[in-house]
Write a protein that binds this ligand. Sequence first.
Ligand code: NI
Length: 179
Amino acid sequence: MTVLKVFEYPDPILKKKAAAVEKVDDELRRFLDDMLETMYSAVGVGLAAPQVGVSKRIVVIDYEQEEDENGNHLRGRPRYFINPEIVWTSEERVCGEEGCLSVPGQRAEVERFEKIRVRYLDYDGKEREILADDFLAIVLQHEIDHLDGILYIDRISRLKRNMLIKKMEKRREEEAREK
Ligand code: NI
């Protein structure tokens, strides 16, 4: 498995609407494995294909990862969503803090639907539907947004967004100086 490069704001790939996957085959599954490995290595709970420079409608999620007593990474429950489509949303909404591997070091409160129903293809290309709530609902909405070229910072006020981008740029400058 290969750890892929994670593209960061303001790379234009993150603004692009991703294309549907036409076939779930071994080649695609290899890519899914690489995405998962990349997500684990970057210590994220979700990753969308555009974040690794591939403009396709693919999401991987695992928020049940753990570490053993020696600090070794243990995978939790990897979930794969190919061509995910939100087919229902609850009226209730929730607010939670979100971060993103493409917006390093930053977090902000974002409003999301509390529950969603999503239709997708799984790792084997089988059509499935899931009623997601709690954390999974939030992560799924965040990742599906990526497929439409939307970052979570596009869903906060312009004032907050500008502050956050400034902080991120400052952090980058500091990191560059340390190298
Ligand atoms: Ni993200």
